[in-house]
Write a protein of this length. Structure first.
Length: 461
């Protein structure tokens, strides 16, 4: 750990951020970390502390595939959460959001009552899960302050970034990862990403019992990207269980442009219902397979891979619909998963070969199917994807849970400023009501989350 007062030295903090692999927005991030440390000091926190940067993620391809046991192609964005944490001795956890000027104060409790909406849902859910899984470790408590430069509820996994940052701070302070319960179940970053995914969806992880989660029925794609990404690289992963499959370097001289629509994609409240409906349709396909006596599967992808005629047999099982969903609803969900999952491997291969024409063809197919078949897009994200290609992007697609959120575009670095200007102007002319909440910026493919080391060079988390 580092003395808390050392985080007041912005030059030292900037060097640590660069050592962690960041290039964009260093000054703003250093300011956030300094403010967070100063906030803790102003509230009476003294002694040693830790600082973390946890990025958001870009889902390049793989829409609603992870929780089905499918694959995705992901990277991180060089925007995220900057968090500073220090230990307490009274078992209390105090967390302050600098951006929202709000705070929560609670004790370690495996039955902690957590609000269903708002930012505090995420760190409090993490604390409740840790208290349940590691009761002997969670005793000290923590003072935590955080801020971020990642637009909230934008589809870039600000919620999962907050889950991971909260876990990292609390787990480090309480030495959770030194417990036999932890080491028996979690052996590498991929397993940790899976475990943190269950913090959100509420499932158990091996012998680590689950709870209510945050209310979403998602997977571990976001957590995998945030914990396992490499700078200037896109990673292809398969899920349930999570396995690394391939890397593809970003083409030389290209970067991501991000268009945040301003349509809230927060995974709580009404958006949560829509997000969960896509997940529940996939789960119902599995239920229909099992109910037809075909087996006892948990995820969709293993069913489809189990035999050459498995897709046909699954379609027979849903001829009359199943559960609350009609046959047509289930067929659309199945068709989308088959198409999206199948295109990721050839798209990754094309990108790795810097074959942007072929890569663009696969991306366009993914966007078309998410609009027409998955049905999780809104007019704003459809327009952003269309106009990005019109303005010269090599490829563009909406991503994330959908029902709002963000679009990525692959653009030439030398033309990025002009592209952003035209992209944003066109969007605001069509949707002037989103001028105040939309955001347009560029980012390289960034590093994984890391803890700042002010003495030497930063180490991954």
């Amino acid at each position: 750990m580092t003395e808390l007062q050392q985080f007041a030295n912005t030059d030292t903090v900037k060097r640590a951020l660069r050592a962690g692999g960041l290039r964009d927005g260093i000054d703003a991030k250093a300011d956030l970390i300094t403010r967070a440390a100063s906030q803790l000091a102003a509230e009476g926190t003294v002694g040693e502390g830790r600082a973390y940067f946890v990025p958001g993620r870009i889902e390049v391809l793989g829409k609603h595939t992870d929780y089905c046991g499918g694959r995705s192609l992901v990277a991180t964005v060089e925007r995220g959460i900057c968090m500073v944490a220090a230990p307490r001795t009274d078992g209390r956890v105090r967390i302050r959001s600098l951006d929202l000027e709000d705070k929560v104060d609670f004790g370690w409790d495996p039955e902690l009552q957590v609000p269903s909406q708002g930012w505090s849902n995420y760190p409090m859910t993490v604390a409740r899960r840790l208290a349940r899984n590691f009761p002997q470790a969670c005793r000290r408590g923590a003072d935590i302050a955080f801020g971020g430069d990642l637009p909230q509820a934008s589809g870039m996994s600000s919620s999962s970034a907050l889950v991971i940052a909260s876990y990292r701070a609390l787990a480090d302070i309480e030495e959770v990862e030194q417990t036999p319960e932890f080491t028996a179940e979690i052996g590498d970053p991929l397993a940790l990403a899976e475990y943190l995914g269950t913090h959100e969806n509420g499932q158990s992880y091996g012998g680590l019992a689950g709870d209510r989660g945050v209310g979403t029925f998602g997977g571990s794609e976001d957590h995998t990207a945030i914990l396992c990404s490499q700078p200037d690289t896109l990673g292809q992963f398969r899920y349930c269980p999570t396995k690394f499959e391939a890397n593809a370097a970003m083409p030389q001289g290209w970067l991501f442009a991000l268009g945040v629509s301003g349509v809230v994609a927060e995974k709580t409240g009404a958006a949560q219902v829509l997000y969960n409906r896509a997940s529940l349709r996939a789960r119902t396909l599995v239920d229909a397979w099992n109910a037809a006596g075909e087996g006892d599967q948990v995820y969709l992808a293993p069913i489809l891979a189990s035999a050459g005629d498995a897709p046909q047999r699954l379609r027979q099982a849903i001829t009359d619909g199943h559960g609350e969903f009609t046959a047509d609803e289930l067929e659309l969900r199945l068709s989308h998963f088959e198409t999206e999952d199948a295109l990721i491997e050839p798209a990754t291969t094309a990108l790795a070969a810097a074959d942007l024409d072929t890569f663009s063809t696969w991306v366009a197919r993914s966007q078309q199917w998410t609009e027409k078949v998955l049905g999780n897009q809104v007019p704003e994200t459809v327009m952003l994807a269309d106009t990005a290609r019109d303005f010269g992007a090599a490829a563009a697609s909406a991503f994330g849970a959908g029902f709002g959120g963000c679009v990525w575009a692959l653009v030439c670095a030398g033309e990025a400023a002009d592209f952003l200007q035209r992209w944003s102007n066109g969007y605001h002319a069509r949707f002037p009501n989103h001028v105040s909440k939309s955001r347009f910026f560029t980012s390289p493919a960034g590093p994984a989350a890391f803890i700042l080391n002010l003495s030497t060079e930063s180490a991954g988390v």
